[in-house]
Every structure is written in C-alpha cells, then in structure tokens.
Design a protein around this ligand. Structure first.
Ligand SMILES: O=C(O)C(=O)C[C@]1(C(=O)O)C=C[C@@H](O)C=C1
Length: 291
C-alpha cells in the first residue's frame, strides 16, 4: 500500500490534493506538520509520495517549493493535481464579523483573500498559521474574539461557524500541487517535464535565448518559464521551465542534452502525466466545492 504525505492536519487543501491523487490507488494518507517534513518523509521512505503546493492562480509560484526543488532535494515530480481553492472566514460560534480583533491565516491564504480582509476586517491583527486547518483550531483556542481563514472541512472538523463564504479575490481560485516521489512517472503520451538550468560560464548576450532556442528547434512547447535567485551571487538566476513531453521522448532528450551543454547546469525535476482534471477533461477537480 502507498503512503501519501501531505501538509496537515486534516482539512487542508493539501489533503484535498492528496485525496485526488490517492483516488483509485491502494493508498493511505499521512498528515505532517510542515512542507519540509513531507519531503523528508519521502526521502526516508516513511512515505511513498507527497503533495506540495507549487502555483496559485492569484499569488503565482510558491517560491518555497521551487527553492526546495532547486537546492534541497533530488526527489522527482511524479504527478500534478489542480485543486479549487474556496476559503471561508471561520470563528467560534456566537461571534460576529464586527467582533473580530484577531485573524489567523496561512500566509498564502491571507494573500489570496487580501481584498476581503482589507474591506471587512480593517485594522485586525493577523497571526500566521502553518495551514488552513491549523488556523481555525488556533482561532477557536484564542480567548480573544478571533477568526480564521480556513476550509469548509476544517470548519466541520473543529466545530467553527462560518462568518463569510468564498472570500478569495477570485471565484476561480485554484492551486496546482506537485506529487513528489523517489522516481518520476513513465511516459503516457501526454506528459510534462519540469527542469531548471543556470549559467555556470560568463554572462554573454543571447545565453538565455540560445538555451530556449533548443526547445523551439525540436518543436517543444514551453508552458512555464520563471527565475529564482541562485542564492550565491546577487543578480544571478536559476531558470525554471515546464515543457510538454517526457524526458524519455527522443526529441525532448536531445533538447535537454543541448541545454545542458549550453548552460553548464541542468537539473531535471521529473516527467509526469499532464493534469487532466478529476474527470479527465482538463478542468480542475471540483471536489473542493461546498458539499
Ligand atoms: O494550508 C493549506 O490548506 C495548504 O494546503 C497550503 C496551501 C499553500 O501553501 O499554498 C495550499 C493551497 C492554498 O493555496 C493555500 C495554502
């Protein structure tokens, strides 16, 4: 049986991603206290795989996860899952919106609900929580009139009441998660490959375009390009790329090898089936919606 680790406690969006990945597999879920704990659990074989948030529709990349992939682990991306993100304002039963003096929220969720918080909770003190299910539990344990941004399932689990619904800045809010494992996935015919590269030689005009040209030369579609600091020299960057295709496809393998030659440093994060939606239709899973 597979063990799928995720950022707990139960009630997080990460749990929804883990459930979507576990569907149809012989698997059990393992809630852990932090994202680094998920990585360590897979590395030490306490878990077979784990889910990590990598990109949100409103807030963009989860830089924490990108930096883990670049600098801290050789685990591979074996899958991706897109989860609808529906945030709720939760509090101890009996409290009203106008009573609230403290707001517990995961920093990502606070950023995704900025407009609601500025308009409806001006001047309220915010406290950072480790997850969307830890936040409601912490708000309920606070003696002050506290609320939390959290999931509907977390509200049910801790017995919180709902002060406001769907408070994110966009009703279409979604987060993409990656599945990390010790090995990536075999080719399916509809795959993506994620990798990063950096320039180890002198800075020359056209270096970046030269590397990317190798993808165009093999007719490979790039679906994402971004950069992160190298953490060594200010002004030097690591470029992260997603492409369509599997690194075992001959044309992808050729392009990656030439990029390695151009740049001096290439790290392949893995190839994995492109997210097809919960029903195989390229739309995000609807299972995060109110039940
Ligand atoms: O706290 C949770 O529910 C999580 O699963 C973490 C997390 C994240 O870190 O991005 C996941 C999805 C949402 O974008 C907000 C928070």
């Amino acid at each position: 049986m597979d063990t799928i680790a995720y950022l707990g406690p139960p009630g997080t969006f990460s749990e929804e991603a883990a459930l979507a990945y576990a569907a149809g597999r012989d698997a059990r879920l393992l809630p852990l206290a932090s994202i680094p704990a998920v990585v360590t659990a897979i590395e030490t074989e306490a878990a077979t795989a784990g889910v990590l948030p990598i990109e949100n529709l409103l807030e963009g990349s989860v830089s924490y996860t990108l930096d883990l992939l670049i600098h801290e682990t050789n685990l591979q991306i074996a899958g991706e899952i897109v989860v609808p993100i529906r945030q709720y304002l939760l509090a101890r039963p009996g409290l009203q919106l106008s009573d609230i003096k403290v707001l517990y929220a995961h920093p990502q969720s606070l950023a995704q609900c900025r407009r609601f918080v500025e308009r409806c909770l001006p001047g309220v003190a915010t406290v950072a929580s480790l997850s969307n299910s830890a936040a409601p539990a912490e708000a309920l344990a606070d003696e002050r009139p506290a609320a939390a941004i959290g999931t509907l399932r977390a509200a049910e689990l801790v017995g919180a009441s709902i002060l406001a619904r769907e408070i994110a800045d966009s009703p279409h809010n979604v987060t993409r998660f990656i599945v990390l494992a010790r090995e990536d996935s075999p080719p399916t015919g509809d795959d993506k490959t994620s990798f990063c590269f950096g320039f180890t030689r002198e800075d020359r005009p056209g270096s970046l375009v030269g590397a990317l040209q190798e993808l165009a030369a093999e007719n490979i579609n790039m679906t994402k390009l971004e950069s992160r600091p190298t953490r060594a020299i200010l002004g030097q960057y690591i470029f992260l790329v997603d492409i369509n295709g599997h690194h075992r496809d001959p044309h992808v393998a050729r392009a990656l090898e030439r990029i390695r030659q151009h740049t001096g440093m290439l790290k392949i994060f893995g190839s994995y089936p492109r997210w097809q939606g919960a029903n195989g239709n390229h739309h995000p899973s609807r299972q995060g919606e109110e039940r």
